[in-house]
Design a protein around this ligand. Structure first.
Ligand SMILES: Nc1ncnc2c1ncn2[C@@H]1O[C@H](COP(=O)(O)OP(=O)(O)O)[C@@H](O)[C@H]1O
Ligand SMILES: [Mg+2]
Length: 331
């Protein structure tokens, strides 16, 4: 196994010993850690080119397992580069990656297929900058509290704020616009459970048992996700069998209508009283450490971590045979 590290500036570093790097617990990647490397749009040479001090050499690669979050990793850009290079990769293809990165686009697709989701009002940064007072006045007329303001793209809860009164709305939007050019204003899903479900497969995806997040904080913010250890996870989620089935079916539907392949974690708010589940978002590269929800929900469903990784690589190889280039070659 070969690991390619990405520095904060976005340079790729060839880390000869991928296992050792992962065992070291994800240290920050620095250029001195290895030679630089890159992909070329040459599908006949399936691999990564490494700069070996004046001479380039090719390290062949069977499949790539992207383990990056957010823009330039999860949003279809990396996936596009891999398509051009003809290298199979785990997870969502270009379009589904881009769609799921943008929560507003995701909602519009879910809406057009009748999949229940959290409604949102979009706000564009350009409008916010050029006619802030008008945009704000319009929003203040339409919303009620508490609400959530968040970037449409991004992730890890960055730029997400719970807004409890009108005077806090503008500041929350300023914060959201630090992370994307589009922000969303959503009703807070009060009294709901936060439930997640892992989906796996290509054309006939299956859903795991759903799990539940029980943050000790006001909501599942950046601190709760990465800095604190107080968030309780419940697998299976505390749902009756009927609601559990509803969540699993909706997870598969959301996966299919957004064009996901391989894997995605579909996140929900579940209203037990109203017996409704609403999709919040899809994560096409969910957290993938041994303690992350995606693999843990599979483990609870009878699929071990090594089996899951193998299945994902097999799905990536299987999907390669459906790629535009392969299909075109055969016609
Ligand atoms: N409409 C909402 N109602 C209630 N809680 C929300 C809402 N939107 C976001 N949250 C809380 O904020 C967290 C992060 O928001 P989310 O939309 O999942 O963005 P991210 O992509 O950053 O994970 C959620 O896990 C949840 O705890
Ligand atoms: Mg989330």
């Amino acid at each position: 196994m070969v690991a390619i590290g990405v520095t904060r500036q976005g340079q790729w570093v060839y880390l000869r010993d991928g296992e050792a790097f992962l065992e070291a617990g994800h240290p920050e990647v620095a250029p001195e850690m290895g030679p630089s490397c890159f992909l070329l749009p040459d599908p006949d040479k399936k691999g990564v080119w490494v700069n070996g001090g004046g001479t380039m050499f090719l390290v062949e690669i069977d499949a790539v397992f992207p383990v990056l979050h957010g823009p330039y990793g999860e949003d279809g850009t990396l996936q596009g580069l891999l398509e051009l290079s003809g290298i199979p990769y785990v997870g969502a293809p270009v379009l589904a990656s881009a769609v799921c990165m943008d929560k507003y686009t995701t909602k519009r697709i879910l809406a057009s297929h009748g999949v229940p989701h959290v409604p949102a009002i979009p706000v564009e940064r350009y409008a916010w900058r050029t006619k802030r007072e008008e945009v704000l006045a319009n929003l203040l007329e339409r919303v009620s509290y508490p609400l959530f303001a968040k970037p449409s793209g991004s992730g890890s809860s960055l730029g997400v704020t719970k807004v409890k009164s009108p005077d806090a709305l503008a500041g929350a939007l300023d914060e959201a616009f630090l992370y994307d050019t589009r922000a969303l204003v959503e009703p807070a899903m009060e009294g709901c459970l936060e439930v997640e479900c892992s989906v796996l497969g290509n054309e006939e995806p299956v859903a795991s048992i759903a799990g539940q997040i029980l943050p000790r904080r006001e909501f599942y913010d950046y601190e709760a996700k990465y800095l604190e250890d107080t968030t309780e996870l419940a697998i299976p989620a505390r749902l009756d069998p009927e609601m559990m089935e509803m969540v699993r079916e909706l997870a598969v539907q959301a996966f299919l209508v957004t064009g996901c392949k391989g894997m995605a974690r579909v996140d929900f708010f579940v209203d037990l009283k109203a017996r409704k589940a609403y999709v919040n978002e899809l994560n096409t590269i969910p957290g993938f450490t041994r303690v992350s929800m995606y693999p843990k929900m599979w483990e609870a469903s009878g699929l071990s971590f090594p089996e899951l990784v193998k299945r994902l690589v097999d799905l990536a190889l299987e999907r390669q045979t459906q790629s535009w280039r392969e299909v075109y070659r055969r016609t």
